[in-house]
Design a protein. Structure first.
Length: 175
């Protein structure tokens, strides 16, 4: 089994909702889940949504979007807020983890920043990682993952099956 699983969905915010639901389910089942999930807050139709990330399992929430004003077309990501969430996730991994969830391998990760090092460290430690992915950054992710990732069907059942098997295999290999 590959140490990284990716999940892709076409609808805006669909992967975010799926990963948040999945993380909540895995935490409720007693797994030590680390990483981040994204929660989007819709605004008026003429404004883009607010993007927040929640550090798992019960860490801070960071607003990673900047309000650039009506009609703005530039990147809304607040890289400083994203890096603050990276630092918190890195610290949470010191307490141990069964699973790491990263809402997205995005532009920051494609350029060598963001959660790229967290993802690499988790894999090096043998911790299964689930990553949200979009078509825009798929090639960069494939180059980074170097064959260590497989795509998972975008359903709670498929994610749960993959995660529980990956966690079980890790525990078996450690014994």
């Amino acid at each position: 089994m590959k140490p990284i699983s990716t999940v892709m969905m076409a609808g805006r915010g669909d992967v975010d909702f799926l990963l948040e639901t999945f993380a909540t389910q895995m935490i409720a089942r007693g797994y030590r889940v680390r990483g981040i999930v994204q929660v989007n807050t819709e605004r008026r139709p003429d404004h883009a949504c607010d993007m927040d990330v929640k550090v798992l399992p019960d860490g801070a929430v960071y607003r990673i979007s900047q309000s650039l004003g009506a009609g703005a077309r530039g990147c809304r990501l607040d890289p400083e807020a994203l890096e603050m969430s990276v630092v918190e996730v890195e610290a949470s991994l010191r307490d141990g983890a069964d699973l790491v969830i990263l809402n997205k391998f995005g532009k920051q990760e494609a350029e060598g920043r963001g959660f790229r090092d967290v993802l690499a460290s988790a894999v090096a430690e043998g911790i299964p990682v689930l990553v949200g992915l979009n078509a825009l950054n798929k090639d960069a992710f494939d180059d980074f993952a170097a064959g260590l990732a497989a795509e998972c069907a975008p359903t709670l059942e498929a994610l749960t099956h993959w995660a529980e098997n990956a966690i079980r295999d890790r525990l078996r290999d450690a014994a």
